[in-house]
Design a protein around this ligand. Structure first.
Ligand code: C5P
Length: 210
């Protein structure tokens, strides 16, 4: 079997990296890891149990990743709080690197996948959008789910999470020097996928699937 690419997708919340990662994984037939889920699981469990985030991250169990509450904004905020702890990052690093080293290749998305987890990945994408565009998308998602919120609140929470993720000392959110920047402010999911795919194909990777 030819080894598929390792595709590392970094960027802030709401830029569309998760959707893009899932579509690229399907297109290339690659396993996909949403690395944010690991931080969400640690943050949520720490809040629920009052346990130490460092200890929780050292012993994460598969059932911790299945909690439906992981997708909530509260879990996202809890994740970004524990994500500043160096020991938590170190404990989660090994699992993420092993995932990336699979013989098939892999797609990983998160805040530091191109800079820290897979600095040698042949394909790195840095997916961004203006904070207003990201908050607007998030607001619509929440309303569609029936969550009662207001736009200024979603925008303020998004800006707060950006600040915490960018200013932290441990693996702050930033683009790898060789990452392809994709600004999705004025793109829908199809346009973002087409732009990313064109870049990956220029790098010489093509889907070998049907
Ligand atoms: O991507 P998601 O919104 O699920 O991430 C939740 C939080 O987890 C982020 O705001 C960030 O603080 C943290 N995170 C991280 N490194 C990653 C993935 C997520 O620090 N690779």
């Amino acid at each position: 079997m030819t080894k598929g690419p390792v595709i590392a997708i970094d960027g802030p919340a709401g830029a569309g990296k998760g959707t893009l990662a899932r579509r690229l994984a399907t297109h290339f037939g690659l396993p996909h890891l949403d690395t944010g889920l690991l931080y969400r699981a640690v943050g949520l469990k720490a809040e629920k149990t009052g346990g130490s985030p460092a200890e929780i991250s050292a012993g994460l169990e598969p059932s911790d990743l299945a909690d439906p509450e992981l997708r909530t904004d509260e879990a996202g905020q809890a994740a970004s709080k524990v994500a500043v702890i160096q020991q938590v990052r170190a404990n989660l690093l090994d699992f993420q690197r092993k995932f990336a080293a699979q013989a098939t290749g892999a797609v990983l998305d998160g805040r530091d996948t191109g800079t820290v987890i897979c600095p040698d990945a042949p394909v790195k994408l840095f997916v961004t959008a203006s904070v207003e565009a990201r908050a607007e998308r998030r607001y619509r998602e929440l309303r569609a789910k029936g969550v009662d919120t207001i736009k200024p609140r979603v925008l303020a929470e998004m800006a707060e999470r950006d600040r915490r993720d960018s200013e932290r000392a441990a693996a702050p959110l930033k683009a790898a020097p060789d990452a392809y920047h994709l600004d999705t402010s004025d793109m829908d999911a199809d346009a973002a996928f087409a732009a990313a795919l064109a870049f990956i194909e220029r790098k010489g990777f093509r889907s070998t699937g049907p």
